[in-house]
Design a protein around this ligand. Structure first.
Ligand SMILES: C[S@@+](CC[C@H](N)C(=O)[O-])C[C@H]1O[C@@H](n2cnc3c(N)ncnc32)[C@H](O)[C@@H]1O
Length: 333
């Protein structure tokens, strides 16, 4: 495994402190840096819409910056003045190269746009740390970066429970949950995603961390089809992670996936693969999602979002997460 140093630059301090926006970034980073060093992490959010006039989230990825712009109106793009100010703030605070600042605006993404395609792929991959594990990230070529930072604590939670366990990761994306599980001592992980790009990326994440692929299996398949096959094969798991997109449609799928319409079928099928004392972690980023627990019969369902949203995220709706167990095991939830 290649040892790459943590990237946590010193932040400039002895300068003008009149800008609340800049002060917040400086203070957030300085505060998080102590935790980041201690936990061997160099990927985290350094600004999360704290100042009304700056509708941005800024993620720090090992010395590079991913700036998300939250448009107020349809088709609203960040102004040139805002782009210049953000560039000035980040370059002066971190001595960052302006080329290391990547803007992301989601408005151009149509509702059902295929997940993995960006227009021109330049293959700008680099490595970041999260709790001592390494992940390949790309801030330029894909619609997402390869590592969803809002699930850092959920991944740590899964890793801490994984020792000696069999783990299934559905909608696995780049296998970050599975890598944490395997590093935490899981005896077997299976990651399922329908994208060739992301299954290949996931494989590289395992290799990057020196984790063997023999007992960390990655499958390219529609999760709906996979679940039916897996139930037929009577395979069982101790931990199942289900973090699907809100909507997804592809030629590879039998039918479109809509989290609100399909979550009960998805959870009921996954539950059939769960060991008696097993646990499902189910999460969604859908802000409109309503979880009707009564539809799940006697399962024990506990929302754990207050434990899974990291300290650097200030939006309580960034995701929601539930722990689902058999009723007799729910008391420990
Ligand atoms: C929101 S991401 C999942 C995030 C991931 N769980 C993580 O922690 O990084 C959505 C992923 O679901 C995959 N996907 C979408 N629909 C799918 C389906 N029907 N079957 C399998 N994978 C699917 C996409 O390829 C993408 O990698």
């Amino acid at each position: 495994m290649t040892e790459i140093p943590l990237v946590l630059p010193a932040v400039a301090d002895g300068e003008d402190k009149r800008s609340p926006f800049k002060n917040i970034i400086r203070n957030n980073y300085k505060h998080l840096k102590k935790w980041a060093k201690r936990t061997h992490t160099d990927s985290f959010r350094i600004y999360d819409r704290e100042v009304h006039h700056y509708p941005l989230a800024i993620d720090f990825y090992a010395g590079r910056f991913c700036v998300h712009y939250f448009s107020r109106f349809k088709d609203d793009e960040p102004s040139d003045a805002l782009v210049k100010e953000v560039t000035d703030v980040l370059t002066s605070l971190f001595q960052a190269d302006p080329q290391a600042i990547y803007w992301r605006s989601r408005i151009k993404r149509s509702k059902y746009q295929q997940y993995e395609k960006a227009e021109q792929q330049q293959q700008e991959f680099f490595t970041v740390y999260e709790y001592g594990l390494q992940f390949k990230v790309n801030l330029l070529d894909y619609l997402d970066t390869g590592l969803f930072l809002d699930h850092r604590e959920t991944r740590k939670m899964v890793g801490s429970l994984a020792k000696g366990k069999r783990v299934l990761n559905l909608f696995a994306y780049t296998c970050a949950f599975s890598v944490h599980a395997a590093a935490g001592g899981a005896i077997f992980t299976k990651s399922v995603d329908m994208s060739n790009t992301y299954t290949a990326w996931g494989k590289e994440n395992f290799i990057l961390n020196g984790l063997p692929l023999q007992n960390n299996v990655i499958i390219r398949e529609d999760c709906a089809v996979f679940l039916q096959d897996e139930i037929r094969h009577k395979n069982k798991y101790d931990i199942i992670i289900i973090d699907p997109p809100t909507l997804s449609r592809s030629k590879k799928m039998e039918k479109m996936f809509d989290i609100q319409e399909d979550y009960i079928t998805l959870l009921a099928r996954a539950y059939r693969l769960l060991e008696q004392d097993g646990v499902i972690f189910f999460s969604t980023n859908s802000r409109k999602f309503h979880f009707d627990e009564t539809l799940l019969g006697s399962f024990s369902v506990a929302e754990i979002s207050d434990k899974t949203i990291p300290q650097d995220f200030h939006d309580p709706k960034i995701h929601r997460c539930w722990r689902i167990q058999a009723p007799e095991n729910g008391a420990s939830a």
